[in-house]
Design a protein around this ligand. Structure first.
Ligand SMILES: [Zn+2]
Length: 453
């Protein structure tokens, strides 16, 4: 079978099936949230494993890893001065338990210069930080802002949404390790409207907030789900197609990342019948505990240490349920721009190829080890969209989007396996260290004892 016949199979098979839509709905509604190490995550892993087995993949398996799990308990945030009220909020995963009253100060966007400008300093106080960044200048992530606040001496971190709708954002306090956070300070997410009220009081008063939280940390485990298409490929080369199946306990995790999970599974279903014609094998991975700090992908990258040189490319799908264009963001391999631009253009498609760097997802542990890797997401919402909020629900993701993105992904993977010459090599540790340093990630990795260079 030549590549054009294989593409015809992919297109026909994707557009004549509602399998990907049904899998997406199952992940959202039968295994909702899929929070790290929870019963819903375990049942989702079981569903993914069985489904991939049914598609004819080899050795569909769960690969367990140890981790520090975090269980949400009670959280209460109330104002003690100058008014008296309780506010809805979400404790950010890995926040410690606490019971204290702290003065609140407004630190704007929470960049180091914003913290330095707070009258009277931030030491021993709760800092209010919003989730946005200036249009130009460094775009810091929640985790950077948390670290800046902690290093400046803050005693609590209040992370505010800037989108209306009473939606508090969640998100873990760990990035590259599994939760045993050194000197963690309590952290909560609040809606934009609550932050507006706090700022109103702060104009004329000293504000005292009471934090009461009860959460627990435990040594536990979680798993990745892995399955292979080996076909009759003779070469050692391998392509990885992956995404995380875990989500946050406050929502269905429909865009982030039941969408990526369903598309990875569908890509496997589309390619399984033609596996004997593929020139290299494909490993499909659905990661656990991405939202807790890339725990599953760090574990896999470490356990595949001796095979990393054989990996041609990593496709990491994270948030592909928005209705817009599919972006393939080449993380450490700008040499591949021409290859993927040509592959996209050979076919009526709406794929955007770029080299924009996004370190906060499961390709990162592979990228760090020099493996050519991409981050794939669809456009269609401002900023993070509904992700990490209660409103990340199934009806926002259409069957048309899931079919279209699966078809494009399967085509991109097919062209990657069939390329006679692969125009990129693994990067050296020095090259990767330079790249990460230039992207403001070095101090975060050092803080988490994860600077491997
Ligand atoms: Zn995600």
């Amino acid at each position: 079978m030549n590549i054009s016949d294989m593409e015809k199979h992919i297109c026909a098979s994707s557009w004549t099936s509602d399998e990907v839509l049904n899998n997406h709905r199952t992940l959202c509604l039968d295994h909702r949230g899929r929070f790290s190490a929870s019963p819903n995550a375990a049942s989702a892993a079981e569903f993914i494993q069985k489904t991939l087995q049914g598609y004819g993949l080899d050795n569909a398996r769960k690969d367990y890893f140890p981790m520090i799990t975090w269980t949400r308990g009670e959280t209460r945030l109330s104002m003690v001065e100058p008014s008296s009220a309780e506010y809805p909020c979400i404790a950010l995963p890995y926040t410690p338990s606490c019971k204290n009253v702290l003065e609140l100060v407004d630190a704007g966007m929470g960049h180091p210069e914003d913290l330095a400008k707070v009258p009277g300093g931030v030491t021993g106080k709760a800092v209010l930080v919003e989730d946005s960044n200036p249009p130009s200048g460094p775009g810091y992530h929640r985790l950077h802002k948390y670290l800046f606040a902690k290093n400046a001496g803050a005693a609590a971190f209040v992370f505010a949404s800037t989108s209306s709708g009473m939606l508090a954002p969640t998100g873990s306090l760990a990035f590259n390790h599994n939760g045993d956070i050194h000197q963690a300070i309590p952290a909560v997410g609040i809606a934009a409207e609550i932050a507006s009220e706090f700022r109103w009081w702060l104009q004329t008063h000293t504000v005292q907030l009471k934090f009461e939280m009860q959460h627990s940390l435990q040594a536990g485990k979680d798993c990745n789900v892995i399955a292979d298409l080996t076909g009759s490929a003779q070469s050692q080369n391998m392509v990885i197609v992956c995404g995380h199946y875990d989500g946050h306990d406050i929502s269905q995790g429909a865009v982030d990342n039941a969408s990526g999970t369903a598309v990875v599974m569908e890509t496997a279903r589309l390619l399984a019948p033609i596996q004997d014609y593929l020139n290299c094998s494909i490993r499909f991975v659905l990661f656990g505990s991405e939202e807790m700090g890339l725990v599953g992908s760090h574990y896999l990258a470490e356990t595949m240490k001796t095979e990393l040189n054989n990996i041609r490319f990593v496709f990491n799908l994270d948030c592909v349920g928005n209705p817009g264009q599919l972006g393939i963001l080449l993380q450490n391999c700008p040499e591949l721009i021409d290859f993927y631009t040509k592959t996209a253009k050979d076919f009526p498609s709406d794929i955007r190829v770029s080299t924009h760097f996004v370190p906060f997802s499961d390709h990162f542990p592979f990228l760090m080890r020099g493996v050519p890797a991409s981050f794939m997401a669809t456009s269609g919402t401002e900023g993070r969209g509904w992700g990490h909020t209660l409103a990340d629900t199934f009806e926002k993701v259409s069957g048309e989007t899931l079919n279209r993105i699966s078809m494009h992904t399967a085509r991109l993977v097919l062209h990657t396996t069939q390329a006679a010459v692969w125009p990129v090599k693994s990067k050296s540790p020095d090259q990767i260290a330079d790249m990460i340093t230039n992207s403001h990630m070095k101090h975060l990795l050092e803080h988490e004892n994860h600077w491997i260079f």
